[in-house]
Every structure is written in C-alpha cells, then in structure tokens.
Design a protein around this ligand. Sequence first.
Ligand code: AMP
Length: 341
Amino acid sequence: MTSIATLGSHCALQVLKGAKDEGFKTLLVCEKKRESLYRRFPFIDDLILVNSFNDILDQRCSTQLAEKDAIVIPHGTLISQMTSSEIESIKTPIFGNRWILRWESDRKMKEEMMIDSKLNVPRSIPSPKEIKGLSIAKRHGAAGGKGYFLTTSEKDYEKKRDQLISDGLIKNDNDLYLQEYAYGVSAYLQYFHSAIKGQLEFFGVDRRYESDIDGLGRIPASQQLDTYRIPSFNVVGNSPLVLRESLLEEVYAMGERFIESAKKLVPPGMIGPFCLEGVYDDNSTFTTFEFSARIVAGTNLYIDGSPYSSLTYGEPMSMGKRIAREIKEAKKENKLQRIIT
Ligand code: AMP
C-alpha cells in the first residue's frame, strides 16, 4: 500500500493529515530532536528517525521508504536544506516535478521563468554599484527571509553585507541577490495545478508575518535609528487574506501563464501546488518577486479549507489533502507516472 512521506518540518502536519484523511499510510522522516513533537499526532503512522534530513539520501533511509512504497511530498525544508543536485538524486519517487525545484532555488533561473510567464517582476540589480532607489538584498534558496536587508546605496549595502558576513550568514557578495524593492501590500497566491485534470485551482492567499520588519511599526523612527540593527525578514507565521473579487481574473491568468511557461522550460511542467509571491500596489497591480514550485507553509492556515477551496469543493479541502486526492485519483486511473518524478 502506498505511503505518503515528507520531512518533519514546514507543513508536514498538514500534508500527513490530508494523506491520512484520503486513506493513505503516512510516514515522517523525522530528526531525532523532534521525535516527541511529532509523536503527538496520531495520524502519523510511522517515523523514520534521522540525525539530519540529508540522511534521506542514504541507502538505509531509501530502503525504508521503498519498503513502504513511499511517495515524498517536497516542501520548503527540503529545498532550504539540500542542494538541487541532492534533491534530483533522491531515489524515492517525488510528487511533482523535481527538476523545477532547481528553478526555484536559483535566482537567475527563477527570474527567467517569471519573465517568461509575463509576470510583472521587479528589476534585478546586477551589481551593488547600480543600486539607485530602495532595493532589497536577498539570500539564495528558501532562506525564509533571514538575513535579507533593505538598502539605498552601494556604501550602505557594503556595511550591511559586512555585518552579515561577520554574523556568519553569508560568505560574500555571491550569496546575495539584489532586486528593486516593490512597493505595496504583500499577498502570497496559492495554487494547485492538477496535471490529471489539466486544471488550475486557486486555493488561497496568505501574508507572512516577518521579524523584525513587521514589528518595526511599534518602534518610533527616531528610536529605530538610536538602537540600529539590520531588520531581517525572518518568517515566523502566516495570516489569512481574501482578495477583492475583481482581482481574481488576473490571479487565474497569472497562474495559467506560469503553468504554460513551466511546461515549456522544464518538462513535465508545474505539477501540484505552487505559489506566486509579491505585492499589490496602489493601482491593484501585482508585482511578483518570488515563486515557490511546491507547497508553501502559508497553506497551513487552511487545513479546514479556505474561502476559495470552499467554492470549489463541497468539503473541507486543505492543500495537503488535495495532493493526496490527486495521487489517489492518478493511481485509480493508472496515471501515477504523470505526477511523480
Ligand atoms: P522571499 O524569500 O523572496 O519570499 O522574500 C522574503 C520577504 O522579503 C518577502 O515576504 C517580502 O516581505 C520581502 N521581499 C522580497 N522581495 C521583495 C521585493 N522585491 N520588494 C519588496 N519586498 C520584497
């Protein structure tokens, strides 16, 4: 019997709860230090205990996963803790397109796909010398916003970069990607692309709650300068959002264009959950500064369904459950090979 497996972090609870509700066996690759947390949840059938998530590459772990006929659901922790080559070498079948994860991790490839999708993307800044207006320096990979900073000049950039180097967060300029700051309010658009039905589903929207940047409003500007430190964008949680209904048409159009582009640039294309991440400006125009080509943690908000999934499904539908449903239907129709790699 097929098991649904994932790494013990990020959205593992949602994914395995959804899998259990759809009738699958569930399996967690769990770091020993987190065992007691995950044992609290009865919908997790088995744990493979590891010292580090990279153990998923070892023969012992691969064999255990194979014995349970596991399909791995990739999430942000897989991407932040492993290189793209390591992910591509995982022996266990992965739900979705494992090669698209490289396009998520590599900033240049990411930018190429967003531009090809005709998304409105902030200008990337090739060198600190070319910083003009407000800009953001971001680390590569799914760093969760930690160590990101805002800057307006080369001199200020160098000061902050040196601080990050001495904090051990980066090694040099190559670890940072510079992009124009996009003004507006943030929105993370969560989608699911069913490769079986050939259908795009809009699942929900969230906002991130990021420390220190979202707490700055509580400190008067003068005191922010007195007690200067580089405010980071470290995600601590997510909050829900619904959009003005008039924005939905473009939400679907952006999702469709992204799917088209992914199909062309990295076959077999975008399979399953993905997220377009950006801001709406004062004209309600969306600027996309990121995408995630897999489930995002913001979907943890909607374990009982979101305002959008409620419109599409006559039952509570989380993203985790939707993934499991897709695997179940693919198995039934003998199409599993179309949604795993
Ligand atoms: P990311 O890792 O790219 O999702 O970025 C983490 C956070 O940095 C986002 O949630 C935003 O708050 C912020 N951010 C990233 N890129 C930009 C941008 N170009 N303009 C404005 N804010 C950004």
